[in-house]
Design a protein around this ligand. Structure first.
Ligand code: GDP
Ligand code: MG
Length: 370
């Protein structure tokens, strides 16, 4: 469910296709009626035209899992979760690697970081930050379309020698649709052709006004290659996190989101879960998407076995009955019977939904068919 044709979207909203194309143009997207746009851009357009957005979620079973409202006094500060987005080749992977190499504290496994889909670093000032290790927009949107919003802050990477490009605009649209604050990392500042002010003025056209242009979006000049500005970027993220006042209750049954999952030959189904609230512990019984299980082992981003994982901590979870999907939500339940029941309910609901997909009644289904 990633894209929809512009004409199809207009048709679905009962709006003139020309008006939709014009609206997209005002957002900086030059597309014709026969081209497709991604789901988040579509969502912005739908809102722009004053319509309601419906995305399918597994709300059907929400009443089965009791959503406990946390009392304000039970809430504690939690680390921010950061996703890096930007145009291809602007340096997303390089930046993630540079931050990881510079800042990961060596653990028992000798500081060899596992690629489990996310990792944590500590800034010099002592703040902990959680980075999602899967750059790119597909991960962001597919997680969101499955109901998991895990990102607190988007770092928008823009190469100083290339300025704003189509996927930069797409990333801006994703962040805006998700209402996630952005920090602009103006990368490749080491290059002779670097022109950071061009990046800043380009961004103005997309309503991203950085601090240097008297706006409120933090901008930091960095080089993933030389390491210049990395600490400044991390401090900018920590500052943004402070403003957001991110909180969770570590003393409750865990809720998390699957970052990635696979069937491991030796270990069986393995999921990397980002704990979003509560604390996940060895021995906990849980349901995750259409799967369930009992935590046999938890492994952190450095390959260490851990007994528990609190809010904003990514961990590999072993002990699943099957392989869940990225974006699936994990809930700890009281009994195994409950977990099994919810999992099979969801499996049936998914089957029913597929059977009913002939009638495209939602944007989600429409996009799947487009
Ligand atoms: P991605 O597609 O956004 O993940 O970009 P990559 O991280 O793969 O980087 C694309 C290219 O740019 C690679 O050849 C990197 O070595 C290079 N690159 C990334 N960051 C920098 C930087 O800060 N300075 C310079 N000079 N090159 C960089
Ligand atoms: Mg990359």
């Amino acid at each position: 469910p990633e894209a929809i044709m512009v004409s199809e979207l207009a048709n679905r909203m009962a709006e003139r296709v020309g008006d939709v194309v014009k609206s997209l143009m005002q957002m900086g997207m030059m597309v014709t009626q026969n081209e497709t746009i991604d789901a988040d851009t579509a969502e912005l357009i739908i809102e722009e035209f004053g319509h309601n957005v419906t995305r399918v979620s597994d709300a059907d079973v929400e009443d089965v899992i009791k959503e406990v409202e946390d009392k304000p006094e039970d809430l504690e500060q939690r680390p921010p979760v950061i996703t890096i987005m930007g145009h291809v080749d602007h340096g997303k992977t390089s930046l993630l690697d540079a931050i990881r190499n510079a800042k990961v504290v060596a653990g028992e496994a000798g500081g060899i970081t596992q690629h489990i889909g996310a990792y944590q670093v500590k800034t010099d000032a002592g703040a902990t930050l959680t980075f999602l290790d899967t750059p790119g927009h597909a991960a962001f949107t597919s997680m969101r379309s499955r109901g998991a919003q895990v990102t607190d802050i988007v770092v928008l990477v823009v190469a100083a020698d290339d300025a704003v490009m189509p996927q930069t605009v797409e990333a801006i649209n994703h962040a805006k649709a998700a209402k996630v604050p952005m920090i602009v990392a103006i990368n490749k500042i080491d290059k002779p052709a670097a022109n950071p002010d061009k990046v800043r003025t380009d961004l103005l056209q997309h309503e991203v006004i950085v601090e240097k242009m008297s706006g409120e979006v933090q901008d930091v000049e960095v080089s993933a290659m030389t390491g210049q500005g990395l600490d400044d970027l991390l401090e900018a993220i920590a500052l943004q996190a402070e403003i957001l006042e991110l909180k969770a209750n570590p003393n409750r049954a865990a809720v998390g989101a699957v970052i990635e999952a696979q069937l491991d030959v030796g270990r069986g189904p393995v999921a990397t879960v980002l704990v979003q609230n509560g604390t996940l512990r060895q021995g906990d019984i849980f349901v995750v998407g259409e799967q369930y299980g009992k935590v046999r082992a938890l492994i952190d981003d450095q390959g260490n076995r851990v007994k528990e994982a609190g809010p904003s901590v990514p961990v590999e979870v072993l002990g699943l009955n099957g392989t869940p999907e990225a974006g699936d939500v994990l809930n700890v339940t009281e009994t195994e019977a409950q977990a099994r029941e919810i999992a099979s309910y969801r499996e049936q609901a998914a089957k029913d939904k597929r059977a009913a997909a002939g009638a495209a009644t939602t944007l989600e289904q429409l996009m799947a068919n487009a």
